[in-house]
Design a binder for this molecule. Structure first.
Ligand SMILES: Nc1nc2c(c(=O)[nH]1)N[C@H]1C(S)=C(S)[C@@H](COP(=O)(O)O)O[C@H]1N2
Ligand SMILES: [Mo]
Length: 347
């Protein structure tokens, strides 16, 4: 018998009693009663109150969550109305190719799926998770849960499904450059970099990234000693083996950034977003990681046999707030705590 892996590449499991919060934490405040509508390329627009929807009878489905910032949570029990049922009730016109999902949220949060996938992917309009009503911060009263796609396709506070002949990029897809395909098994995390190689080379030689949007920049192996990257948007940036001695990354967004084997001695990460960042083999002595977020970050390879390979170099001169370490998985936290206490961890 061949066993299919349960966890997609480069994801790590969160503790089973934890469910990280990502993105917006509350819907728009509004007096009007919540309704879910289907509009766009349909014969007649339809809408239902939440009571009308739940009266159809909730179905329960066990779904694995895979967040693009590298944490996964398996076997979460959701209860809701199948998206396929809702789509079947609407008389969808033949020109419809995409379903755009809109959120009752201040920033008009949205995401989309190809209609063909939306019909067959076994998504739910979920009202309950783990046998309780969905909490507001996790998308209650009603959210989309889409199995087989990174979790940014699972829109919280669903209020409108619009059918359209053309796709519209969602909030995270356009703001963060998240891949519109979002297949975790193919690691469709980010769209292609927005920068040309020439532009990247110029910025690298000037060593000033401050305040810029440089997501997915490739700076692997470059000498960026003393880099000013304050407040820069550096999601998915590639700094593997780079020299980043005393670099200033304060307030930078370094979600999913690659720092494998980088020299980060004395680098300052105060207030930086380090979700999903990879520090394998990096030198973090004298580095400051104050007020950072570390969900999904890794500092060592922890193999199933619990062999720790390529642990980041950290010691008592590395400054990390102890409370922030609770963002990490138990394995990662144990590695970091022992490195901070006993030092070095030279490979
Ligand atoms: N309305 C809305 N839906 C959203 C988001 C958001 O910011 N706003 N974030 C998305 C992302 S990136 C993720 S990983 C999940 C997080 O859901 P959770 O906070 O319940 O874990 O919601 C998705 N749906
Ligand atoms: Mo996400």
């Amino acid at each position: 018998m061949t066993s299919t892996p349960r966890v997609p590449p480069n994801q790590q499991l969160v503790r089973s009693d934890r469910w990280p919060l990502v993105g917006e934490t509350a819907p728009r405040i509004e007096e009007t009663p919540w309704r879910v509508s289907v509009t766009g390329a349909v014969k007649f627009p339809l809408s239902w109150s939440l009571d009308e929807l739940t009266a159809w009878g909730l179905e329960s489905r066990t779904i694995d969550i895979h967040c693009v910032t590298r944490w996964s949570k398996l076997d979460v029990c959701f209860e809701g109305i199948p998206l396929a049922t809702v789509l079947a009730k609407a008389s969808v016109q033949p020109e419809a190719q995409f379903a755009i999902f809109r959120s009752r949220s201040d920033r008009q949060h949205a995401t989309s799926l190809p209609l063909e996938f939306a019909r067959r992917c076994e998504a739910l309009l979920a009202f309950r998770a783990e046998h309780r009503p969905l909490t507001t911060d996790h998308g209650g009263p009603v959210r989309l849960v889409v199995p087989g796609r990174y979790f940014y396709k699972s829109l919280k506070w669903l209020e409108c499904i619009e059918l359209a002949p053309m796709d519209q990029l969602g909030y995270w897809e356009s703001e963060a450059g998240y891949h519109n395909g979002a297949d975790p098994w193919q690691e469709q995390r980010y769209m292609a970099p927005a920068l040309t190689r020439h532009q990247a080379a110029q910025l690298i030689s000037a060593r000033d990234f401050s305040g810029r949007d440089l997501r997915s920049i490739s700076a692997a192996g470059r000498d960026l000693t003393g880099l000013n990257a304050r407040g820069a948007l550096l999601r998915d940036a590639d700094f593997r083996h780079a020299l980043l001695h005393n670099a200033d990354f304060r307030q930078a967004n370094l979600s999913n950034a690659h720092f494998e084997y980088a020299d980060l001695r004395g680098a300052d990460f105060e207030d930086a977003d380090l979700e999903g960042a990879n520090f394998l083999g990096a030198d973090l002595r004298q580095a400051r990681l104050r007020a950072v977020s570390l969900v999904g970050a890794s500092f060592a390879t922890v193999t199933p046999e619990n062999v720790r390979a390529a642990t980041a170099r950290m010691d008592f001169t590395t400054q990390i707030d102890p409370q922030r370490l609770s963002d990490l998985t138990d394995e990662q936290r144990a590695v970091v705590e022992s490195a901070l206490r006993y030092g070095a961890n030279a490979p």
